[in-house]
Design a protein around this ligand. Structure first.
Ligand code: ZN
Length: 61
């Protein structure tokens, strides 16, 4: 992992599990593809139940 990469935390709305889904910056089409094929490692929920989590300190959402 290069120093300029930042982890993007994603969360599962089905079970509440959060994990690092991918690292940014990443090619946007590749990032979208990664999100679409992502499954929750905790409960196996499909990408439709996975949301990108807000940055730390930005809990307004
Ligand atoms: Zn889950």
């Amino acid at each position: 992992m290069t120093p300029d990469k930042r982890p993007l935390t994603v969360g599962c709305v089905a079970c509440g599990h959060e994990w690092t889904g991918l690292y940014l910056p990443m090619n946007i089409s590749l990032a979208a593809r990664a999100m679409q094929t992502m499954h929750c490692p905790m409960c196996g929920a499909s990408s439709s139940d996975i949301r990108i989590r807000a940055e730390k300190g930005d809990d307004a959402a």
